[in-house]
Design a protein around this ligand. Structure first.
Ligand code: HEM
Length: 514
C-alpha cells in the first residue's frame, strides 16, 4: 500500500547521504591546511574550519586591520606568528625589524603581492600595483621618471590652482549660510579628483563646482566598495581558480579606460602634443615599444596604458582624501594644535611677496609634516600589506623555513599602535615626529607608504597635494568641532582601505585676517 512512498524515501536518504558527504568533504578540505603552523612549530591563533581566523571580519564585527592589532597585542612577545585567512596559512610579522627585512633587505625574495591574475581576462590588472617580478620591475623603473621632484615641481602650479579654486568655492558657500558644516571627506574627494585628473590625465574635471559630472559614474563604480571586491578578498585565499575568473571591475569600466587611453594616445601622437601630466609618461613608455615582442615581460601595450591610468586614478585620490579628512578631523578636535600649525603656515605666507605658497615652501613647514605623520600613524590608509616568497625563505633569527608561495602579512595598524614602539599609542601627539624625537622611531614601526622598492610611488605627489590643500584651508578657515564631529572613528569592515563608517563633519568658519 505504501509502495509509492518508497522512491521518495530512497531519494530523501540519497539526499541526506550526499549532504553529509559534502559537509564531511568540505570540512576535510577546509581543515587540511590548518596544521601548517603547528608542523612548522610556529605559534599560531587556533583557526575554525573554513573561515580560519576571519570569523569576526566575516560577521562584520571588526575590520581586518583592527583584528590583527588585537592578535598582535596578544602575541606581543612573538616576532611572528601563524594565522589563517580562511584555509590559507599566513605569517603575521609582529616585529618592525622583520618587516624591514622582508620589504627592503630581502625584497627580491618577496616581489609578489599574492594576487591571482589572469592578465588576458582581467586586463585592467596589468598595472604597477598588481604585477610582480620582472614585469613589475620594468614598469616601476619607467614610471618612476613621472614622479621625480622636477616633475612634481612642474605639476605644482596645477595642484595649487585646484586648491585655490576649492577655497573660492568654500568661501562662496560660507557666504550663503551662517554655519558651513561640511562632510569633509566628500568635499576633499572633489578637490583631489580635480588634482589627480588634471595631473595624471590632463583632464579638467571641475568636480568642485560640478558634483554631477559625467565621469562621476565611472569614478564611483571604480572606487566604491562593491561585491566584487568583497568576494575577491575571500576567494584570493579560498579558491585562486575562481578568484582569477572574477573581474575586479565591471567590463564597462575596463572599456571606458581602454577608450580613454586609445583616444588620448592617438590624439597626442598624431598631433605631436607633449603635456606635463603623468599620462604623457605612460604614452612615452608605450611609444618606445615598437620592436618589443608582445610576449616579452618588457612589453607595454594599450592594455598596460589603460590599466595604469586606472590604478593611478584609484590610488591617487581616495588615499589622500582619507588622510586629509582624518587630518582635518583632528584639527577640529585639537584647536591648540590647529592654531600652532596655522601660525607656522601664516609665517611662511607672510614671507612671500605675493602670499602664494610654492613647492619648496612645504619643506620649511616642519610642524605640518609632524602633524601629517601623526595622522598617518593613527590612520594608515592601507591596513595590511601582503607578500609571498618566491623561493624558500628562512626567517632571520629562527630555524623556520617558509615554503615557496607562503603569504606573509605586515599588519600596519598593529605596528602603528604597538606599545613596543609607541608610548601612549592612542594619543594624538605630533611631537613623536619632532626633530628631537624622530630619531628614536624604530625603522619599520611607521610605514604608511610601506618601505623598500615597492613602497608607494605616489608618496611625494600625495604629500604635495595634501599639504597644498591643508595650507589653503587653514589659512582661510578655522575648523571647529560640532556636536556631530565623531571623536572615535570606526571603520567599514570589508573595505581594502580604512574608510570611516560615519560621515566626518566639522564647521568651516571663514577667517577674516590672513
Ligand atoms: C596618503 C596617500 C597615500 C597613501 C597612504 C598610499 C599608500 C600606499 C602604500 C602603503 C603602498 C604599498 C602597498 C603595498 O606595499 O602592498 C602604495 C602603493 C602604490 N601607490 Fe600609494 N598611497 C598614497 C597616495 C598615492 C598617490 C597619490 C598615488 C598616485 C598618484 C599612489 C600610487 C600608488 C601606486 C601606483 C602603488 C603601487 C606601487 C608598486 O607596487 O610599485 N599612491 N601606496
Amino acid at each position: 500500500m505504501l509502495e509509492w512512498i518508497r522512491p521518495l524515501l530512497d531519494s530523501f536518504v540519497l539526499l541526506q547521504i550526499l549532504l553529509v558527504t559534502t559537509v564531511v568533504l568540505l570540512y576535510k578540505w577546509s581543515t587540511s591546511t590548518m596544521d601548517y603552523w603547528k608542523k612548522k612549530k610556529v605559534a599560531y591563533i587556533p583557526p575554525l574550519p573554513l573561515i580560519g581566523n576571519l570569523g569576526r571580519v566575516i560577521t562584520n564585527d571588526t575590520n581586518l586591520g583592527y583584528l590583527l592589532k588585537e592578535m598582535c597585542d596578544k602575541k606581543i612577545n612573538e616576532r611572528f606568528f601563524g594565522f589563517y585567512m580562511t584555509r590559507e596559512p599566513v605569517l603575521i610579522l609582529n616585529d618592525a625589524e622583520l618587516v624591514m627585512q622582508v620589504m627592503l633587505k630581502d625584497f627580491s625574495q618577496f616581489n609578489d603581492k599574492g594576487f591571482h591574475i589572469d592578465n588576458d581576462f582581467d586586463m585592467i590588472l596589468n598595472n604597477l600595483f598588481f604585477l610582480k617580478g620582472r614585469q613589475w620591475k620594468f614598469q616601476r623603473n619607467k614610471m618612476s621618471t613621472g614622479f621625480t621632484s622636477g616633475k612634481l615641481k612642474s605639476m605644482y602650479p596645477t595642484i595649487h590652482k585646484c586648491s585655490t579654486s576649492f577655497i573660492n568655492h568654500l568661501t562662496k558657500l560660507s557666504k550663503q549660510t551662517d554655519n558651513l558644516e561640511l562632510n569633509i571627506k566628500s568635499a576633499i574627494e572633489d578637490l583631489f579628483t580635480d588634482v589627480v585628473c588634471k595631473c595624471i590625465l590632463g583632464l579638467d574635471m571641475h568636480s568642485i563646482e560640478n558634483p554631477n559630472r559625467e565621469y562621476k559614474d565611472i569614478q564611483d563604480a571604480t572606487l566604491k566598495p562593491n561585491w566584487r571586491l568583497h568576494v575577491k578578498q575571500v576567494l584570493q585565499f579560498l579558491s585562486p581558480y575562481i578568484d582569477r575568473k572574477i573581474r575586479i571591475t565591471g567590463k564597462h569600466i575596463e572599456d571606458w579606460f581602454y577608450g580613454f587611453a586609445e583616444k588620448n594616445m592617438t590624439f597626442r601622437t598624431e598631433n605631436k602634443i607633449q603635456r606635463n601630466d603623468f599620462l604623457q609618461t605612460l604614452i612615452n613608455i608605450y611609444s618606445e615599444q615598437h620592436n618589443i615582442d608582445a610576449g616579452s615581460e618588457e612589453y607595454f601595450g594599450l592594455r598596460h596604458l589603460a590599466a595604469n591610468i586606472f590604478v593611478f586614478i584609484v590610488a591617487g585620490y581616495e588615499t589622500s582624501a582619507l588622510t586629509t579628512t582624518f587630518f582635518l578631523q583632528k584639527m577640529a578636535l585639537y584647536p591648540e594644535i590647529q592654531e600652532r600649525l596655522r601660525q607656522e603656515i601664516l609665517d611662511v605666507k607672510k614671507s612671500k611677496e605675493d602670499g602664494a605658497f610654492e613647492y619648496e615652501d612645504f619643506k620649511k613647514m616642519t610642524y605640518l609634516s609632524m602633524v601629517l605623520d601623526e595622522t598617518l600613524r593613527m590612520y594608515p590608509v592601507l591596513p595590511i600589506y601582503l607578500r609571498r616568497n618566491i623561493v624558500p625563505y628562512t626567517i632571520p633569527g629562527s630555524d623556520v623555513t617558509l615554503d615557496v608561495g607562503t603569504y606573509v602579512l605586515t599588519p600596519t595598524v598593529a605596528l602603528h599602535y604597538s606599545s613596543k614602539y609607541w608610548k601612549d599609542p592612542h594619543k594624538f601627539d605630533p611631537e613623536r615626529f619632532s626633530e628631537e624625537n624622530k630619531d628614536s622611531i624604530v625603522p619599520g614601526s611607521f610605514i604608511p607608504f610601506n618601505e623598500g622598492p615597492r613602497q608607494c610611488i605616489g608618496k611625494r605627489f600625495a604629500h604635495v597635494q595634501m599639504k597644498s590643500a591643508i595650507c589653503e584651508i587653514l589659512t582661510h578657515f578655522e575648523i571647529q568641532k560640532t556636536p556631530r564631529t565623531v571623536e572615535h572613528t570606526e571603520f567599514v569592515v570589508g573595505s581594502m582601505v580604512m574608510v570611516p563608517k560615519e560621515e566626518i563633519v566639522a564647521d568651516f568658519v571663514p577667517r577674516k585676517f590672513y
